[in-house]
Design a protein around this ligand. Structure first.
Ligand code: HMG
Ligand code: MG
Length: 300
C-alpha cells in the first residue's frame, strides 16, 4: 500500500543552484524561494555554509538565509548544509533552525567532496550535530553515493547502512539517501532501502534521487512501495553536484508532483505554480527546463 501523503523537500536553491557558474543575484535566489513557498513547499533547503573556494555559488549563504528568515512564513522549515563546526557557527549566527551534514558511502567520493575519509567525516560531524541539537536546531544527515559512486562504481548496501546508522546514532533525525549520480534503478534502490530499513524506520528516511539516467521517478515509485514518504526534489530539475561530474539535477519537483498526484497521493503542492516557477528560473538561467512535465505543460 502506498503512503496517502508525501512530504517533498525542495532542494533547488541549494542542490539546484550550487553548480551554476554564472553569479546569481541574492534577490533572484530570494524570489525563487518565495515562489516555491507560494507553490506550497514547506521544507526548503536554501543554501550551504561550505567553503566558497569549493563551491563559489554558495558564498552568499549567510545573506540568503538572513533574507529568507527576514520574511519567514509560519510552518515552513528552511534548512542549510553545514560541512563542519565553522559552517554550523556561521549558520547559527545567521539564524538557522535546520541544518544538514553530509557524508558518503564511498571513500573516494568523500575525499573529493569534503576532503576527508568517511571515518574522519563522521568524527567531524559528531560535535556539529551535538552543538546543533543544544541550540535546538533540527539536523538531517545525507548519505551520498547510496546507489553507486562516480569514482568507485558499485556501492554495497552494507556501506550505506553503516553511514546511515552512524548519522542517525549521533542525532540526525532524518537520513536522506542520495543517489548522487542517478545510476540507481528500482532494483538497486530497493535493495539499498531494504538493507537500511532493517536498522531505521521509513519515517526517518528520505529519497534523494538525481535524474541523470531518467530513473528518478521509477526510483521514487519503488521507494513508495517500501513505505518511504519523504522525497527531495529540485524545481525544473536544476542541478548536479560539482564533485560528481556529468550528474544531472534531482528529480524535478514538477515531475515528482505529477507522479504523486497521478497515484492519488497528496503533496499540498500546486502544480501550475511549480511549472511557472520552473519556467521562470530556467529563463533566468538561460536554458530549457530539464523537467519533462514542465516542457509538456508549457507546450500545450
Ligand atoms: P578543506 O580544504 O579540507 O578544509 O575543505 P580547511 O578546513 O582546510 O578549509 C579550507 C578553506 O575553506 C579555508 O580557507 C577555510 O577557512 C575555509 P583558507 O584558509 O584557505 O582561505 N572553510 C570554510 N569557509 C566557509 N565556510 C566553511 C568553511 N570551512 C572551511 N564552513 C571543506 C573541507 C569541507 C570545508 C570543503 O571540502 C567543502 O566546503 N566542501 C563542500 C563541498 C560541497 O559543498 N559539495 C556539494 C554539496 S554535497 C552534495 O551535493 C550531495 C548531496 O546533494 C546528496 C547527494 O546528492 O548525494 C547533499
Ligand atoms: Mg544531491
Amino acid at each position: 500500500k502506498l503512503p496517502a501523503q508525501v512530504r517533498i523537500v525542495e532542494v533547488g536553491p541549494r542542490d539546484g543552484l550550487q553548480n551554476e557558474r554564472q553569479p546569481i543575484a541574492i534577490a533572484d535566489k530570494l524570489m525563487l524561494i518565495r515562489r516555491l513557498q507560494d507553490a506550497g513547499l514547506r521544507s526548503i533547503e536554501v543554501a550551504a555554509f561550505v567553503s566558497p573556494k569549493w563551491v563559489p555559488q554558495m558564498a552568499d549563504a549567510a545573506a540568503v538565509l538572513a533574507g529568507v528568515l527576514a520574511e519567514s512564513r509560519p510552518g515552513v522549515g528552511y534548512a542549510v548544509l553545514v560541512p563542519n563546526l565553522r559552517g554550523l557557527e556561521a549558520a547559527l549566527a545567521a539564524g538557522a533552525t535546520e541544518v544538514a551534514v553530509f557524508a558518503a558511502a564511498s571513500e573516494r567520493f568523500s575525499q573529493r567532496n569534503i576532503n576527508c575519509s568517511i571515518a574522519e567525516s563522521l568524527q567531524r560531524f559528531k560535535p556539529v550535530v551535538e552543538r546543533a541539537r543544544q541550540a535546538q536546531v533540527r539536523v538531517r544527515g545525507y548519505v551520498s553515493c547510496a546507489a553507486g559512486c562516480p569514482y568507485e562504481g558499485e556501492i554495497a548496501p552494507a556501506a550505506v547502512v553503516a553511514v546511515a546508522s552512524a548519522l542517525a546514532g549521533m542525532g540526525c533525525e532524518e537520513i536522506s539517501l542520495g543517489d548522487t549520480t542517478g545510476v540507481g534503478n528500482p532494483a538497486s534502490i530497493s535493495r539499498m532501502l531494504e538493507a537500511v530499513m532493517r536498522h531505521l524506520p521509513p519515517q526517518r528516511l528520505a529519497g534523494h534521487y538525481h535524474d541523470t539516467y531518467g530513473m528518478a521517478a521509477a526510483n521514487v515509485y519503488a521507494s513508495l512501495q517500501l513505505g518511504i514518504a519523504t522525497f527531495d526534489a529540485s524545481v525544473a530539475g536544476l542541478g548536479g553536484c560539482p564533485y560528481a561530474p556529468g550528474a544531472a539535477g534531482n528529480v524535478a519537483t514538477e515531475d515528482l508532483v505529477w507522479l504523486l498526484h497521478g497515484l492519488g497521493i497528496a503533496t499540498g503542492l500546486d502544480l501550475d505554480r511549480l511549472v511557472d516557477t520552473a519556467a521562470w528560473i530556467s529563463r533566468l538561467l538561460g536554458r530549457e527546463p530539464f523537467s519533462r512535465v514542465t516542457r509538456a505543460l508549457r507546450a500545450t
